[in-house]
Design a protein around this ligand. Structure first.
Ligand code: APR
Ligand code: ZN
Length: 252
């Protein structure tokens, strides 16, 4: 296996650091079968994010989002955590991970056993009517989606919106400040499966770096800020995380 040196160094960092945080993006869910947004075969090659995932386009016509969701979101129903998710769950279990800060909205970190998951972009598990505030589960709404597009609320309103952050919406205050706080306190951040092009989320590793945190990148492709990383693995999360956790568990 390549990256022998980097693996050894990463194991040392994980066993010797005090506050370890993971920062993840769509790439860690790719091996669960959820396509990434960018990179080869990314979702934004097929759909225009402005049209299907911006707040202004949603308010103009909620069908713009729900047509996309019927294709893209439907995959969330029966997906399982990837080896990368499970490794991060294990890392928390052996007391070597404080929290996961994620840009993902698929809830897979929680499914993998992580108990402190900071969802910067919200999640799609809860769907709310913007007219009357009534809450629905994803299952409820997808049942309605079979009958009508866009799906309607019992109140007759048609603006059923998931609790995920759409383009043009501010990030939820509490998770963002919690993530920034952790970035300032952490001495090791594992950045997994993200292109680091969407702000303010992509700011988090930069804040960590400016406070002296060690940064490790595990990403299939290069990112615009690769020079901030101490160690870089240009490979799948499943190639690195499970074996590193195995090694760490053997040492602790
Ligand atoms: N292991 C590691 N990295 C991977 C894997 C894998 N198995 N598969 C793909 N990748 C990498 C890709 O090379 C890419 O650089 O994951 C990255 C995913 O990047 P994006 O698709 O841009 O996802 P992300 O960075 O999370 O996007 C941020 O953009 O569209 C918005 O709100 C959306 O939260 C999302 C935000
Ligand atoms: Zn309603």
């Amino acid at each position: 296996m390549v990256y022998q040196q980097e693996m050894k160094r990463l194991v040392e960092l994980i066993t010797s650091s005090n506050t370890i945080v993971a920062f993840t993006g769509a790439g860690i869910s790719a091996e669960s079968g959820i396509p990434t947004f960018r990179g080869k075969g990314g979702v934004w090659e097929k759909y225009d994010p402005e049209k299907v995932a911006s707040i202004w386009s949603f308010l103009e016509n909620p069908a713009n989002y729900w047509e996309f969701a019927r294709d893209f979101e439907a995959r969330f129903f029966n997906v399982e955590p990837s080896p990368g998710h499970l490794a991060l769950g294990e890392l928390e279990k052996i007391g070597r991970l404080e929290a996961v800060i994620t840009q993902n909205v698929d809830g897979l970190h929680q499914k993998a056993g992580n108990t402190r998951v900071i969802e910067l972009h919200g999640n799609t598990a809860v769907i709310r009517c913007l007219d009357c505030g009534k809450e629905y589960t994803r299952e409820d709404v997808f049942e309605r989606l079979e009958i009508e597009l866009p799906p309607r609320c019992d109140c007759g309103g048609n603006k059923l919106k998931p609790d995920a952050v759409f383009f043009g919406e501010p990030l939820p205050e509490k998770p963002l400040s919690e993530a920034m706080d952790l970035a300032r306190k952490s001495d090791l951040m594992l950045v997994v499966g993200t292109s680091l092009v969407v702000y303010p989320a992509a700011e988090i590793p930069l804040i960590a770096r400016s406070h002296g945190c060690h940064l490790v990148l595990i990403n299939l492709e290069q990112t615009p800020v690769d020079d901030i990383f101490d160690i870089k693995f240009y490979t799948r999360a499943s190639e690195v995380l499970p074996s590193v956790v195995e090694e760490v568990r053997g040492i602790l």
